[in-house]
Ligand binder design. Structure first.
Ligand code: FSO
Ligand code: SF4
Length: 546
């Protein structure tokens, strides 16, 4: 069976995965994800009409967000999950349709997204390969639609986390529905889609701001924190992904059990929140970025809870220790459901941990983080003085993702080669390429300032805007800040669009430009925003440091 997916940086030959994903996603799952999105586009159209007459369903908003999130790279690999989700989507869509018809709305009988039906699973599987991104024939329109769709996927992840903590903004749902419905509108021109791309970035900023508010209101403002990267001698659970609410419940339920909890990958920044410091069994961070999990999960010895991406197909040696929750899935691994009260019962994982050996030590020492906007703004005077005195010549934003490709060693070399009067601002799992290099500090300010998870790239924008004011500048691009961003999956696409919408220019993007940029769309990004791909460390040092 064929498939087509080019949504992440590691896509086959920099063009597209057509037989199986480099990530391990099989063709059937890729196609079912496309059909789920097609059906969500139908729901979006209908719910927009329902909004106009005041009968929109919040259930649909939430369903769209969860559905989109489940199709992000390395979230869910489970065919049965997608068949079930598609069936639920059709049922929900038809229910909104009924309500609209009862209210006297005339619906388009020829619109496949709102009318397709199935008798059996075979019908679903037959339609799935026909509705992917290749159904858009024009290269440039397809490219722009991809940018919007992947931006929306990133947005769904951040909105989902905010929602889990009880924070929602109906205007974000409405924007997502408008944007999704426009992906099927053949009357729109390339210019219309360029506008939509930038709007997606603007709503990306709003969504990240909402999540920032949800996180900091619930767990306090991240603060400078030294995190142990060694191990203790107790059995333990490793928690990965981005969901802080899952972490809270796990810490609460493991308290006093004799089982420690460690973070992995993108869960590391949870250590920076005051709220989580009250748990003495919150033992530290184990390992590195997502792609090293096949070795690190094996040596951890205890169970692992994946709350979001990035999951890689688990090896048999540790598969029975991997648990999924939320929108994560992989055939054959155990799943922890959320109860109707929003609570999850982690007893099974805790009992499992008690039977396991303590983690095998792979590193020792500690790393420092917690430089989100509130903490950095407390240091603002010190930072402004250091810039004025020339002690800090430049900041380099190196946020984004890490990945498997050998070419990503560039980021370690780049960080190492940066002059001693520069400071790296980071967020996301990209940090693991240089956060253990001991790059020192400048007058007490560490040379790697980690703001948090990829969504905390928002913090970096807040910091840049505050520095702009502190220096009395009119243009964010006049700051001594350069951008050398690494991307991998669709949240990074949203972060990129968010930065563009804030007017940030001359972003360097790597290790390769997205396969979904057509030559013309890439040209717009280059001409309008000065986007460039990375070259080599020496040349980029010249370009980015001037
Ligand atoms: Fe990384 Fe994966 Fe956070 Fe992504 S763990 S790659 S951009 O999911 O979301 O930074
Ligand atoms: Fe390929 Fe990336 Fe899509 Fe996986 S997510 S199938 S690696 S393009």
């Amino acid at each position: 069976m064929d498939m087509f997916c080019y949504q992440c940086q590691e896509t086959t030959q920099g063009k597209g995965c057509t037989k199986i994903g480099v990530c391990g996603k099989i063709a059937e799952v890729a196609n079912l994800q496309d059909l789920l999105i097609f059906t969500l586009e139908g729901i979006a159209k209908l719910n927009l009409q329902a909004r106009k007459i005041g009968i929109n369903q919040e259930e649909a908003d939430r369903f769209i967000v969860e559905g989109l999130f489940s199709t992000v790279t390395n979230v869910n690999f489970d065919k049965s999950f997608f068949i079930e989700k598609i069936k639920q989507a059709v049922a929900l869509r038809d229910q909104i349709k009924d309500n609209l018809e009862k209210a006297g709305t005339n619906l388009d009988k020829n619109d496949k997204a709102i009318n397709w039906a199935y008798q059996s699973d075979a019908d679903i599987e037959a339609l799935a390969p026909q509705v992917g991104i290749l159904a858009t024939r024009d290269d440039d329109i397809r490219s722009l639609r991809s940018l919007v769709l992947y931006g929306l996927k990133g947005m769904s992840a951040y909105d989902y986390h905010a929602y889990q903590l009880g924070y929602k903004d109906d205007s974000i749902f409405e924007f997502m529905e408008q944007a999704l419905s426009k992906l099927l509108d053949d009357t729109l021109t390339a210019d219309d889609y360029v506008t939509l791309v930038l709007e997606t970035g603007k709503w990306g900023v709003n969504t990240m701001a909402l999540l920032d508010k949800a996180n900091t209101s619930t767990y306090g403002n991240p603060e400078i924190t030294h995190v142990s990267i060694g191990v203790r001698n107790n059995p333990a659970i490793l928690i990965s992904g981005h969901d802080l609410k899952d972490l809270e419940q796990l810490l609460e339920q493991t308290a006093g059990s004799g089982v420690d909890v460690y973070t992995h990958g993108e869960m590391l920044p949870a250590q920076y929140y005051p709220f989580f410091k009250k748990y003495p069994h919150f033992a530290g961070n184990y390992g590195n970025a997502w792609w090293m999990q096949d070795k690190e999960f094996a040596s951890f010895n205890g169970p692992i809870l994946m709350t979001t991406n990035c999951l890689i197909p688990p090896k048999e040696s540790y598969k029975d220790r991997v648990y999924a929750t939320g929108v994560v899935g992989f055939p054959g691994i155990k799943y922890i459901h959320e109860g109707p009260d929003g609570k999850k019962d982690f007893t099974e994982i805790i009992e499992h941990a008690k039977k396991c050996e303590p983690p095998t030590q792979i590193e020792s020492g500690e790393i420092v983080g917690g430089f989100a906007h509130n903490q950095v703004l407390q240091l603002a005077d010190q930072i402004v003085d250091a810039v004025k005195s020339g002690a800090i010549k430049r900041f380099i934003v190196m946020a984004g993702c890490d990945g498997r490709m050998k070419s990503r060693e560039y980021y370690t070399e780049f960080a190492r080669a940066l002059p001693k009067d520069t400071v790296i601002l980071t967020a996301g799992c990209a940090k693991y390429r240089y956060n253990k290099l001991n790059l020192g500090d400048i007058n007490g300010i560490p040379r790697v300032l980690d703001a948090g998870q990829c969504n905390d790239s928002y913090s970096l924008a807040v910091i840049a805007l505050a520095l702009k004011d502190a220096f009395g500048l009119d243009d964010i691009n006049d700051l001594p800040i350069s951008y050398n961003i690494a991307w991998y999956e669709q949240k990074a696409v949203l972060v990129l669009l968010a930065l563009l919408s804030l007017g940030v220019k001359n972003i360097h993007l790597g290790p390769t430009l997205p396969a979904f940029l057509s030559p013309n769309v890439a040209k717009v990004l280059v001409d309008k925003f000065g986007i460039a791909s990375i070259t080599d460390v020496e040349d980029d040092m010249q370009i980015l440091l001037g």
